[in-house]
Design a binder for this molecule. Structure first.
Ligand code: FE2
Length: 304
């Protein structure tokens, strides 16, 4: 069967936004240029250094996928679950009916900032109120496809060039690939399910799709008009970009900060639960994370 190549629907450069406490993020999804892209609610490309970070805050009705590229990120939630993400590691967090946690960069002895991507994924209506859950995906559990001398694909979730990822990381089906190349003109392709929304985010270098060049920080959103993404590398030196897709959910998105619901009444109810420490937020009463003011590399060794 012939596969049809998807065309580009929307494109812009991710813009810098202030977020959390003293953190600056480059945001693509979740801005006026692309409010959301079902099932995706937000994509932040963050660079954060101690003492900035994302201290104690709640979530409801979505999943977050955090990918560390550089530095170390400590996390801790109100169930007592805690850990450290090292470069190349991912965490899939299902907030479900209610989660409260802190995500703080580790103060690195070598001075490195904490760099990574955080993606927010909507939960299907019937799963909005599931119990919170965490899945860690360690760097060494991410297989790498190497289809030719100049192309590498980290298969975080999905299948690329015949290489398959670990399965069932998130409730909402998501494909997540990191492409790296060191040579201009290298072509790439990625099969995508017909019922997925798919976008690309360029972290380094540039790529060309349909004759047009997309530089660093490009956010490229595709029409749902095919089952393949095709392009080529368009920069000398290193290029790195992400192809991310997710099952389109046929439901409204009502979002207020980290609370995501399908209608106003349910959203109001979530606020009530958060304020009254009920229905999923019981453990938020009086909870403070141990990392809200930061964490050193020494302390991180025991943060588990
Ligand atoms: Fe969070």
């Amino acid at each position: 069967m012939l596969s049809v190549v998807r065309t580009v629907a929307n494109y812009f450069l991710a813009v810098e936004t202030k977020e959390g406490v003293g953190a600056v993020v480059r945001r693509s999804i979740g801005t006026g240029y692309q409010r959301n892209f079902s099932p995706f609610l937000l994509l932040d490309h963050f660079t954060v250094s101690h003492p900035a970070g994302f201290p104690d805050h709640p979530h409801h009705g979505q999943e977050t996928i955090t990918y560390m590229q550089k530095g170390m990120l400590a996390h801790e939630d109100f169930t007592g679950s805690k850990g450290i993400l090292y470069p190349g590691d991912l965490q899939f967090m299902t907030a479900g009916k209610g989660a409260m946690h802190a995500e703080m960069p580790v103060l690195m002895e070598n001075g490195d900032a904490c760099v990574g991507l955080q993606l927010w994924v909507d939960l299907p209506e019937e799963l909005k109120d599931v119990a919170p859950r965490y899945r860690d995906l360690k760097k060494n559990d991410v297989p790498i496809a190497h289809p030719n001398d100049n192309l590498w694909v980290k298969v975080i979730s999905g299948t690329s060039y015949g290489v398959e990822s670990v399965k069932e990381l998130a409730y909402t089906p998501v494909d997540y690939y990191q492409f790296n190349s060191n040579k201009k003109g290298t072509s790439f392709e990625q099969k995508v399910p017909a019922d997925f929304n798919v976008f690309i985010y360029v972290t380094k270098g540039a790529i060309k799709i349909g004759g047009k060049t997309y530089p660093q920080y490009s956010s490229i959103f595709f029409n749902v008009d095919g089952t393949e993404i095709k392009g080529e590398i368009d920069a000398d030196g290193d290029t790195e970009f992400f192809i991310i897709g997710g099952l389109i959910l046929d439901q409204p998105i009502l979002q207020y900060g980290p609370f995501v619901e399908i209608n106003r009444d349910r959203l109001a109810k979530v606020f009530e639960n958060y304020q009254n420490h009920t229905n999923g937020f019981e453990r938020a009463a009086g909870w403070r994370s141990s990392i809200k003011n930061g964490i050193t590399e020494k302390e991180a060794a025991n943060h588990k």
